[in-house]
Design a protein around this ligand. Structure first.
Ligand code: SF4
Length: 285
């Protein structure tokens, strides 16, 4: 009996530690990137996955003691995937006392029509979802759009761009959308996926799977995720180290002349000469 009580006390302590860590990391990210300003109307995109539940839940907890007043509204897009349980999210939000809005747009049929059988549909599906949600945010005057991407999504995107796109580019914690009309924030930017998995289990969120459409995760993303997991198992702390590097960039030690003025290092003395013109009869062999 005593052993059982000791065990449950230990579990409680661990759970508390996790709750505090998540709160601290989300608060820190919001502060570091000035994600939320006084009077903001934040549209929280709630898909029904563990990440978006965690984001909304933590934002609600933080709002209670936040240094500024802001509004939170959960918004879900019903993409008309087969068997989407449209009652789950409104019920959960009502229980939590959070305003909820449901949008409907049949992106599922569009994706099914356009993408050949057997190919991954996620890229087009996400683009259409983003378009619908951003449009709604504009119409409704939301000042921020919150997405539930976490630290490991950011790292996976970084390596995808590095390995397959030839770019040093990740997924920023805060950005202005391409059309310039929206500010997108990612309050879970500092949070590890493993912590979200544990937290979501503790909180028993009614998870709606993101594979009702029958689509598979893109192969390249799978490969990168597996690589990151293997690294983390073999070298604990490596993912954190790489994420720290994303926050600590030295443009002068890379090789992008758009990012750092290499030409200007010697007051631009080497500028303006065209070196790419070979002499007409020059033998370059
Ligand atoms: S798994 Fe299905 S619903 Fe989720 S992003 Fe991919 S295509 Fe869209």
């Amino acid at each position: 009996m005593a052993a059982v009580m000791a065990d449950s006390a230990k579990v409680r302590v661990e759970n508390n530690k996790l709750a505090k860590r998540l709160r601290r990391q989300v608060g820190q990210a919001i502060e570091d990137y000035a994600m939320i300003a006084p009077g903001d109307r934040v549209m929280v995109c709630l898909s029904g996955g563990k990440d978006s539940y965690t984001m909304l839940d933590l934002l609600m907890r933080l709002r209670a003691s936040a240094p500024v007043e802001f509004e939170l509204v959960a918004v879900n897009l019903d993409q008309k995937q087969p068997d989407f349980p449209a009652d789950v999210l409104p019920r959960w939000c009502a229980e939590q006392g959070i305003e909820f809005r449901q949008l409907d747009q049949d992106t599922y049929s569009v994706v099914k029509r356009v993408i050949p059988e057997g190919k991954t549909m996620c890229s087009l599906c996400s683009r259409l979802r983003r378009g619908a949600l951003y449009r709604y945010a504009g119409e409704q005057g939301f000042t921020k759009i919150a997405l539930g991407h976490h630290r490991d999504d950011i790292l996976a995107t970084f390596f995808l761009n590095l390995f397959y796109g030839g770019k040093l580019k990740a997924m920023p914690p805060k950005l202005r959308s391409d059309d310039g009309r929206h500010i997108v924030i990612r309050p879970l930017a500092y949070v590890r996926e493993a912590d979200i998995v544990e937290w979501a289990a503790q909180r028993s969120y009614p998870i709606i799977p993101c594979n009702l459409c029958g689509s598979q995760e893109q192969l390249q993303r799978k490969v990168v995720r597996r690589m990151l997991d293997d690294w983390e198992r073999g070298h604990p702390g490596r993912a954190e180290q790489i994420f720290a590097a994303l926050r600590n960039i030295e443009p002068s030690q890379l090789a992008d002349p758009q990012l750092f003025d290499f030409a200007g290092l010697d007051e631009g003395k080497g500028k303006g000469h065209r070196w790419l013109i070979a002499a007409p009869d020059e033998d370059l062999a």
